[in-house]
Design a protein around this ligand. Structure first.
Ligand code: HEM
Length: 409
């Protein structure tokens, strides 16, 4: 048994909100995969940690979202009276066919490879402007001062949010990540999320009015027009899915950049390699997504009885979480999985999920990550992280990222 496995020997198999687990989930994942790869957790759902099982579940039509069923079984029926959970129930991310396809179909065109490639010059300009602003200071927090701003500006552009409305979004909290974690939120946390949701809905209603009066080449205009055409999407769905688009691409991309930079600075040989040959950046981003994904988990529920998945029979209504981070380090698929190797061949990480919910923003996130990381390394070649040994991880499990990442040059 390897050293990492021994050090966590006495710990519970699955304790995803403990600081130890959050500091390094991968040693836990290795043990889980070796000891009980389809593990019935104390939360009542199974946790799948093998690559093969995760990839199957994500694509298997017998597994779906059943969001309302899943939430009411876990938290009680009153949960759906909370504005935040009602809003989430309309997200395409939480829908099963046919509603899922209807909602995704309305926005998919804005995310085609071609459309996203066309955004490169704008993304480059945003990154350059962020670096121009901080360069004279000699130090910054790579999360707040660098990674945070890029995805907010990009999604504001895509949604057609006018420049002079944007300041509120730079101050927005990243507390929403807790909603996705398995442990129930406290009353105070739910109240905060309800307030945030209602305030966002109010803002977006005013944006819808603006885009009805002054249509633009943006996603909000497209969706508002679809709503006006009648039976394509309801008003509640419109608001909820705009909020989803805003949130889904934000924290995840901040964390791709933050986790990616931390991994590179913790592996100086790989950092050097990338600085010496920036053409490796696209492959490096895929490897960084595999190595320390900003989304660690996604959930599914059986829509019918399933008699054999990973050696287990599950009745209809059974929830399963897919440990994407564990699948990405499965030695059955990746040789030496704990090694960061930016030249690794044939990576294809499961960090963006799979099947019908495969991340709509995957290509956009990759390009943002590529441009952010390569520009930073080129323009601030003497950059060093102040603390690579004890990073300040956010205490969330599904979304994995750092509170801050101080750096100087
Ligand atoms: C590194 C960055 C990102 C990661 C790791 C990530 C990860 C994921 C994952 C794992 C899913 C699938 C969840 C499931 O199967 O249940 C997903 C779905 C989704 N993502 Fe991303 N995402 C990222 C960036 C983005 C961006 C930039 C956007 C948009 C601006 C976005 C929008 C969405 C949407 C709308 C869905 C729902 C798709 C559907 O249900 O059909 N994501 N993402």
């Amino acid at each position: 048994m390897n050293e990492q496995l021994q050090t966590i020997q006495g710990a519970p198999l699955f304790n995803p909100l403990s600081p130890d687990f959050i500091a390094n989930p991968y040693s836990y994942y290795h043990r889980l995969r070796a000891v009980d790869p389809m593990h019935l957790t104390p939360f009542g759902f199974y946790a799948a940690s093998r690559h093969a099982d995760v990839a199957t579940i994500l694509r298997d039509k017998r597994f779906g979202k059943d969001f309302v069923g899943r939430m009411t079984r876990r938290f009680g029926p009153q949960v759906m009276d909370e504005p935040i959970y009602r809003s989430m129930s309309h997200w395409m991310l939480q829908q099963d066919p046919p509603d899922h396809g209807r909602l995704r179909g309305l926005v998919v065109r804005a995310f085609t490879a071609r459309r996203v490639e066309d955004m490169r010059p704008r993304i480059q300009a945003i990154v350059d402007e962020i670096i121009d602003r901080v360069a004279p200071r000699g130090h910054m927090d790579l999360i707040a001062d660098f990674a945070f701003r890029l995805p907010v500006i990009v999604i504001c552009d895509m949604l057609g949010i006018p420049e002079d409305h944007r300041e509120i979004f730079f101050g927005s909290s990243r507390a929403g990540g807790r909603l996705l974690d398995p442990a129930p939120l406290t009353r105070a946390e739910i109240d905060e999320q309800n307030r945030y949701n209602l305030a966002s809905a109010e803002y977006f209603r005013s944006l819808f009015e603006l885009r009805r009066r002054e249509p633009g080449d943006d996603l909000t205009t497209q969706l508002v027009q679809a709503e006006e055409e009648g039976n394509k999407l309801s008003n509640e769905e419109l608001t909820a899915n705009i909020i989803l688009l805003f949130g889904a691409g934000h924290e995840t991309t901040v964390n791709l950049i933050g986790n990616g930079l931390l991994a590179l600075y913790r592996n100086p040989d790989q950092l050097r390699r990338l600085i010496d040959d920036p053409s490796l950046t696209p492959n490096a981003v895929d490897e960084l997504l595999r190595y320390d994904s900003s989304v660690q988990v996604t959930g599914r529920t059986t829509l019918e009885d399933v008699d054999d998945i990973g050696g287990i029979a599950m009745p209809k209504g059974q929830s399963v979480i897919c440990l994407l981070g564990a699948a990405n380090r499965d030695p059955a698929v990746y040789a030496d999985p704990d090694k960061l190797d930016i030249k690794r061949a044939d990576i294809r990480p499961l960090s963006f999920g799979g099947g019908i919910h495969y991340c709509l923003g995957a290509q956009l996130a990759r390009i943002e990550g590529e441009i952010a990381i390569s520009t930073l390394l080129r323009r601030l070649p003497n950059l060093r992280l102040d603390n690579v040994d004890h990073p300040d991880w956010r205490q969330t499990f599904v979304l994995r990222g750092l509170n801050k990442l101080p750096a100087s040059w």
